[in-house]
Design a protein around this ligand. Structure first.
Ligand code: ATP
Ligand code: MG
Length: 482
């Protein structure tokens, strides 16, 4: 009998061991298949929706076949309580990657009658905050969570009302400026905050939100889990990560951690032409794509309005930029979201994080300039080819444009054709210098070295060299306002 038990115990043990081995192998195969590298810890990908409550599971199953690879790892790490850095391609489902584990955590810990949110998501633009707020509100009921979305340019009283009724399970999504306003006027406190999410953190810094983020973080009176999401991993993001996160586990999809990479689901084309020909060519390009749902990116607000006027001679289109009032910005985005086809002419206010269904094409009318030009290009074209769909992008390049060798590398890395005239332009003259025209002076000389919560005494020593940052490579100190 004892032998039998022993033997059966052995069997169980060895079968458990074998299962663990199989699971390990499966996990490794999954990581390999999706080119995921995890640093600073390990992660067992969550490959179904079973990690969440039944209601949420049903909602997810009705919407999606399976978690995206970003979510599989993000959920695994965030549910375990780690600080997380996620560097993943555009359109890979990062939003639910951070929202759902944060909601799940709240479900485990309700604080009755509290008026301090447990989750704060910071995003750089009003449009992105609104979009994340909508996504949050979609899944919040499954976790009995309440949400509030706060951003500038809209009346405070309505947002204040949302904050007031958050209750014990509250999630606030907002832009740093408005969140800070509410903090300063005591309409919100973070005494019970559990999770802080920085979405598109690098862009928030570029936009000059450093002081507001610093001020918000300083008012969080307890250690929180911090999740940082971005599609790119440059010096700025590294610096933020090093100062704000505690022993983070970083995961990178594909090559995004070592170099700038574009989503391979996007077929990219490049057209070299003279600056003076761009408008006529854009009119022709748009007219030839009547059935397309197309975003045209222009460098400046004035340029955006001007091109929109020119395109309107043959095509219906709307302009979106930071000088439009919020009502108009909402109207334009809503209309474009709901339309099956159409043309939106926008500045970079639409470049980050915006998830608009079925955008078939992106036209970069101006190739982005400045130190981060290529990174901006990747985000702009990332408005198409989302969630595994295919997309197309087209970019105008002129002899005055800078950063062209980097563009060539982006194309090559994404297995896209590199036209000969681009190669010639990129490699037969000094490139990387300033082109004429739309240079807008990106934020950067600003002192990213704020220590905030990240001072080693509070957060322990900085993680290994993997997360250490070199000095910021940013250029000028001007704030970006699209
Ligand atoms: N598991 C899933 N399966 C399929 N589609 C999904 C899944 N999860 C989210 N999506 C959809 O994928 C799209 C892109 O998601 P999301 O905006 O979160 O991407 P992102 O990684 O944040 O992109 P960006 O880098 O541009 O900010 C959304 O339409 C979302 O509804
Ligand atoms: Mg996003």
């Amino acid at each position: 009998m004892s032998k039998r038990v022993a033997s059966s115990t052995d069997d169980v043990a060895s079968s458990k061991k074998a299962k663990i081995q199989d699971d390990d192998d499966d996990d490794s195969a999954y990581l390999e298949e999706h080119k995921i590298v995890v640093e600073g810890g390990d992660a067992r990908p969550i490959r179904d929706f079973g990690a969440f409550n039944e209601k949420a599971r049903h909602q997810l199953e009705a919407a999606f076949a399976a978690p995206t690879p970003t979510q599989a790892i993000s959920w695994a790490l965030a549910l375990r309580g780690s600080d997380v850095i996620s560097i993943a391609k555009t359109g890979s489902g990062k939003t639910l990657g951070f929202l759902l584990p944060a909601f799940h955590k709240m479900e485990q810990k309700t604080v009755r009658g509290a008026c301090s949110p447990q989750v704060l998501v910071l995003a750089p633009t009003r449009e992105l905050a609104t979009q994340i707020g909508v996504e949050a509100a979609k899944f919040a009921p499954a976790f009995a969570v309440r949400t509030a979305t706060v951003f500038g340019g809209a009346p405070k009283w309505e947002q204040n009302h949302q904050l007031k009724i958050l209750g014990g399970r509250g999630c606030v999504v907002g832009t740093p400026g408005r969140v800070n306003d509410f903090l300063d006027s005591n309409k919100i406190q973070f005494s019970l905050l559990e999770t802080l999410v920085l979405d598109e953190a690098d862009r928030m810094l570029d936009m000059g939100f450093e002081p507001q983020i610093r001020s918000i973080v300083a008012k969080i009176s307890r250690p929180t889990q911090t999740l940082l999401y971005s599609a790119t991993w440059d010096n700025k993001v590294q610096k933020v990560a090093a100062t704000l996160l505690r022993n983070p586990v970083k995961f990178v999809l594909g090559d995004a951690g070592t170099k700038l990479v574009a989503n391979k689901d996007i077929a990219q084309t490049v057209e070299v032409l003279d600056e003076s020909k761009k408008t006529a060519r854009a009119v022709e390009f748009v007219a030839a794509r009547e059935a397309a749902k197309l975003i045209v990116f222009v460098a400046t607000k004035r340029g955006c309005d001007a091109l929109c006027r020119d395109l309107r001679r043959t095509t219906k289109c709307d302009a979106l930029h930071g000088d439009k009032d919020q009502h108009e910005r909402n109207r334009v985005i809503d209309k474009f979201r709901k339309s099956k086809k159409g043309v939106l002419v926008a500045t970079d206010v639409a470049a980050r994080g915006l998830d608009i269904n079925d955008v078939t094409h992106v036209l970069c009318y101006d190739f982005p300039k400045g130190t981060h030009g290529v990174e901006d290009y990747i985000h702009r074209i990332g408005r198409t080819g989302r969630a595994g769909n295919k997309g197309r992008s087209h970019v105008f390049v002129t002899p005055q444009d800078s950063n062209l060798p980097a563009l060539v590398r982006i194309l090559q890395d994404a297995d896209q054709p590199v036209p000969d005239d681009l190669k010639q332009l990129a490699f037969t003259r000094r490139s990387g210098g300033r082109g004429r025209g739309y240079s807008r002076g990106r934020g950067g000389s600003s002192s990213y070295g704020f220590r905030g919560r990240g001072s080693s005494s509070y957060y322990g020593s900085r993680p290994t060299g993997r997360f250490s940052s070199s000095s910021s490579s940013s250029s000028s100190g001007t704030k970006i306002r699209f």
